[in-house]
Design a protein around this ligand. Structure first.
Ligand SMILES: Nc1ncnc2c1ncn2[C@@H]1O[C@H](COP(=O)(O)OP(=O)(O)OP(=O)(O)O)[C@@H](O)[C@H]1O
Length: 267
């Protein structure tokens, strides 16, 4: 249904090596987090977790090339991220960010079709292939009944599914999502993450997302990145639990991670 891609280096799609992220101005450079090294393979669902303000969104924007890294190397399909043109990058990475969409007056179908922009001509004319990819994305996310609604008529959970469909219509091998489960109840959080898991595993998309739902992510994700200011930890949830890395996530005065249940307990 969707394109799969072949890469060298054991199907590694994205790799960071000693990456530092942060903000640069003419006067100063602020490092938010450093020494971030990890690699993600095709078809993996990966969560970035960490305390508020640690730099999860900054990392996601850096990986999407929306902002400059401070130091280190990011490679996408064995090529440096900085060597991609914006047009080429749009065929490799789709981004679902938390900013409210400006185009809520569009219908769901129109919004999802915007995902085809990297492939359309300057008039935005949709080809048969663009229409097929748009329909496929709608079917995958099971929102056929919503397609003619206006986006402002949707609930948060429905809108989140629509944004995922738009990313799928863009048909990139790699999808970056900032907090796809925010504002959702537990049932809908799990529903969205299960959907992302099935897209990763069945359509062989590589999905990297930020979340505060650590306990749900432990149960659903293939790998996780625990982001810290000076050191980050990457691995399968099981490896991270066994290495006691979740214990270091929050100050221990109020909450403690229980490695037996994979959950946090209030002290
Ligand atoms: N445009 C900016 N210029 C300078 N500093 C910024 C900018 N945007 C964010 N920051 C700072 O970068 C740090 C990391 O912010 P970021 O939003 O990446 O964290 P986060 O882990 O996603 O947080 P949260 O979990 O609260 O969403 C914060 O200290 C924030 O104040």
């Amino acid at each position: 249904m969707f394109k799969t891609i072949e890469t060298k280096d054991q199907n590694i799609i994205l790799k960071t090596d000693n990456l530092s992220i942060g903000y640069k101005s003419k006067k100063q450079e602020t490092v938010i987090a450093k020494a971030i090294s990890f690699s993600i393979k095709q078809g993996e669902l990966v969560a970035i977790v960490g305390v508020n303000g640690i730099g999860k969104s900054t990392l996601l924007r850096t990986l999407g090339n929306l902002q400059q890294k401070i130091d280190g190397v990011v490679t996408l399909e064995n090529k440096k991220l900085s060597e991609y043109s914006p047009t080429k990058l749009a065929t490799k990475i789709s981004l679902v960010l938390t900013e409210p969409i400006a185009s809520k007056n569009l219908t769901v179908l129109e919004l999802i079709a915007l995902g085809r922009q990297p492939y359309t001509n300057w008039l935005g004319t949709l080809t048969e292939e663009d229409k097929i990819k748009t329909k496929e994305a709608i079917t995958w996310v099971e929102i056929e009944d919503l397609q003619h609604k206006k986006c402002f008529e949707l609930s948060d959970g429905q809108l989140q599914r629509v944004m995922i469909a738009r990313a799928l219509a863009q048909d990139t091998p790699f999808i970056l999502m900032d907090e796809p489960t925010s504002h959702l109840d537990l049932y809908h959080k799990v529903q969205i993450l299960k959907l992302l898991q099935s897209i990763a595993h069945k359509a062989k998309k590589t999905i990297l997302f930020t979340t505060h739902e650590i306990e749900v992510a432990i149960q659903i994700c293939d790998k996780m990145l625990i982001l810290g200011k000076n050191q980050s930890y990457f691995g399968t949830p099981c490896e991270l639990i066994q290495a006691h890395h979740f214990e270091k996530l929050f100050p221990t005065d109020m909450i403690q991670f229980d490695a037996n249940t994979g959950s946090f307990k209030i002290k």
